[in-house]
Write a protein that binds this ligand. Structure first.
Ligand code: ADP
Ligand code: MG
Length: 394
């Protein structure tokens, strides 16, 4: 178990909190403040307990230069609104300077300031020790709250912990609890559902999960590479040509490990990659040469429903079809509905699977939706995330 802000005394201490305020913007306006809102519980906790709060984050890719289109000023303003109290902010091209040091030193208990975009410094992504030391000099405690960048060893996500005791905020606590226990100590039967476009991106995840799960369900575009490996014809469906061999090996590995591997038995195929293209349901043995599979079919949904009924833990990564097009969203929607109605612990990892769950209005029916696309995949691969590894154990 990792230490959290609850496990230490924060009163009067300067807490340097790495958040993920990498919010989408248009013409200088924040278009979605979900990431800011999700950091509020940790910030509120620190305020209520009399900490001096110094927030930091990256925003976009200024590539190590102080480019003002990536300033965190709009985030400071939005945070002030949301918290109903001033979040002090002073743009500083070097992120840390005498003005910023003075600001940090003069913080009263419960007061908050936000540093400028840490990626204004090129040492940030290089995890430069000097920059990490400069950041660390502002605080007494490092609080990790940015899951989206926890798989990167940067100065503000890992380097600072060389100089400060590190604990997690509530967002990280939740990610570690649900992703971690789902993979390491799941209630069984444990089923993983993998989908999405390419097998290649997810091979390490599938390999790791094959050692842990009881059943592995495959859907989405990656199914066609498996079909090819099984000697089936897939028409013009998406194919990860380089990885046909590996897909075959994974099928063999699953068999050897005694893991049940479920692949679609029917698919919805279309003449073109378009919502309005003529389409039909066919069995996987009968995909026409001039058509592409864009969703799992109804018989497959029933097969997956039956398997999922038994599950006590489900991890889902990657949509079952091209859910962005209403004609091909049914499979993904059905799986999301099955999980929403299930008593199992349901964990969603992956940007598009999370977006699909939101699109269907089922997000609050899941046990946990991971906020970090890349970071959650690395977690499911069984990798050690540098930004998590630095947090002290209880
Ligand atoms: P996640 O972000 O959840 O990890 P991925 O990024 O791997 O998921 O894959 C999501 C994409 O896969 C979606 O844009 C979806 O349209 C696409 N996709 C799913 N099924 C198919 C298919 N049969 N053919 C082509 N693309 C597909
Ligand atoms: Mg994606």
């Amino acid at each position: 178990m990792k230490k959290t802000v609850r496990d230490i005394d924060v009163k009067g201490r300067r807490c340097l909190v790495r958040c993920d305020f990498n919010v989408p913007q248009k013409d200088g306006n924040i278009t979605d403040d979900k990431r800011i809102v999700s950091a509020l519980p940790t910030i509120d906790y620190l305020r209520e307990h009399g900490a001096k709060i110094i927030l930091m984050s990256h925003l976009g890719r200024p590539k190590g230069e102080p480019k003002m289109e990536y300033t965190l000023k709009p985030v400071a303003d939005r945070l002030s609104e949301l918290l109903g109290t001033e979040v002090k902010f002073q743009s500083c091209p070097t992120v840390v300077c005498d003005t910023i040091r003075a600001m940090a030193d003069s913080l009263q208990d419960g007061e908050i300031m936000l540093l400028e975009n840490v990626r204004f410094r090129k040492e940030e992504t290089e995890n430069g020790a000097e920059f990490a030391k400069e950041l660390a000099s502002l605080g007494d405690i490092f609080v990790q709250e940015a899951f989206g960048t926890a798989h990167r060893a940067h100065a503000s996500t890992a380097g600072v912990a060389d100089y400060l005791p590190a604990v997690s905020g509530f967002l990280i606590e939740k990610e570690v609890k649900f992703l971690g226990s789902a993979v390491e100590d799941p209630q069984r039967p444990f089923i993983a559902i993998m989908g999405g476009a390419k097998v290649g991106d997810k091979i390490p995840v599938i390999e790791n999960l094959l050692q842990k799960v009881d059943t592995l369900i495959i859907g989405g575009g990656m199914a066609y590479t498996f079909f090819k490996a099984m000697g089936l014809e897939i028409g013009t469906s998406i194919l990860d040509e380089e990885n046909i061999g590996l897909a075959g090996e994974l099928l063999a590995k699953a068999e050897k490990a005694g893991v049940k591997m479920l692949l679609p038995v029917d698919v919805v195929c279309a003449e073109r990659f378009e919502n309005d293209a003529p389409s039909k349901v066919v069995s996987r043995e009968n995909i026409p040469a001039d058509m592409m599979g864009l969703d799992i079919g109804p018989a497959t949904v029933e097969l997956y429903r039956e398997a999922l009924q038994e599950a006590k833990t489900v991890v889902w990564n990657g949509p079952m079809g091209v859910f962005e097009m209403p004609s091909f969203e049914k499979g993904t929607k059905a799986v999301a509905e099955i999980l929403a109605g299930s008593d199992a612990v349901t964990v969603i990892g992956g940007g598009d699977s999370a977006a699909a769950t939101e699109q269907f209005g089922l997000a609050d029916k899941m046990t946990h939706i991971s906020t970090g696309g890349g970071a959650s995949l690395e977690f499911l691969e069984g990798k050690v995330l540098p930004g998590i590894a630095v947090i002290e154990d209880k």
